[in-house]
Design a protein around this ligand. Structure first.
Ligand code: IPE
Ligand code: MG
Length: 224
């Protein structure tokens, strides 16, 4: 989800206005996912690197996030959304971590849409942490490194139990993954949309699905 700052700048508004408008796009995106039968959706809301932004903006972003979790949770639950946070959650304060846990606990049994929110998420950090946890599992004898395969490694990632993404969409016209789901996106179809995130809506979602549907996925196998 990229382009909140540019959306605000184009309107001569403070960046926080763009982030606020971005929350509306989150709602539209979730509705579009539910409406089109998508079962798994991950939103990259805050990266490990986003902590480097000015403290004021970090405060605004986490404040909006807290507000969103508090005020939208009941509605998400009613819609049948199962929420899960992936990322370095210990970098958030105790109050915020409690919000994550509350949201996950309340919606744990829902099955209509599995919604992952990537918060303080970084693909390299995810892989590094997985490696450290794997090393510990090997040390205590819980894992035999001789028998470890890719699926076995993936169980140590923060996305354990979540299927690899089929489609990855980036908004705002940038052509980068920006450290998102690096391991998991090995065979994801990439779609780059020239729309700023606050303007994202049902038609953009449909456009991304449409482009995906026209791709020929071979996973490295021989064509034909
Ligand atoms: C995305 O919009 C929001 C977050 C990264 C949290 P940006 O804030 O990156 O907006 P631009 O890239 O400056 O337009
Ligand atoms: Mg950006």
């Amino acid at each position: 989800m990229d382009g909140n700052g540019r959306w605000a700048q184009a309107r001569r508004l403070p960046r926080v206005a763009g982030h606020r408008a971005g929350a509306g796009a989150v709602r539209r995106c979730i509705q579009a996912a539910i409406g089109s039968g998508v079962e798994w959706l991950t939103l990259y809301a805050f990266s490990s690197e986003n902590w480097r932004r000015p403290v004021q903006e970090v405060g605004e972003l986490t404040g909006l996030l807290r507000h969103y979790l508090r005020h939208e949770l009941a509605e998400l639950h009613r819609e049948g959304v199962c929420l899960r946070v992936i990322g370095e959650r210990e970098r958030f304060d105790a109050e915020m971590r409690a919000e994550f846990e509350r949201a996950e606990r309340l919606t744990a049994g829902n099955t209509r849409l599995k919604l992952m929110i990537a918060l303080s998420y970084g693909g390299r950090s995810d892989i590094l942490r997985a490696s450290l946890r794997l090393a510990e599992a090997v040390r205590v004898g819980a894992v035999d490194p001789e028998r470890l395969d890719e699926a076995g490694f993936a169980r140590f990632l923060s996305t354990d139990g979540i299927p690899d993404p089929d489609l990855m969409v980036r908004t705002s016209g940038e052509f980068r993954l920006s450290n998102f789901l690096l391991w998991q996106s090995a065979y994801a179809e990439l779609v780059f949309l020239d729309v700023l995130w606050p303007d994202f809506g049902a038609t953009h979602f449909a456009d991304a699905l449409d482009r995906y549907a026209r791709r020929d996925r071979r996973f490295g196998a021989r064509p034909g």
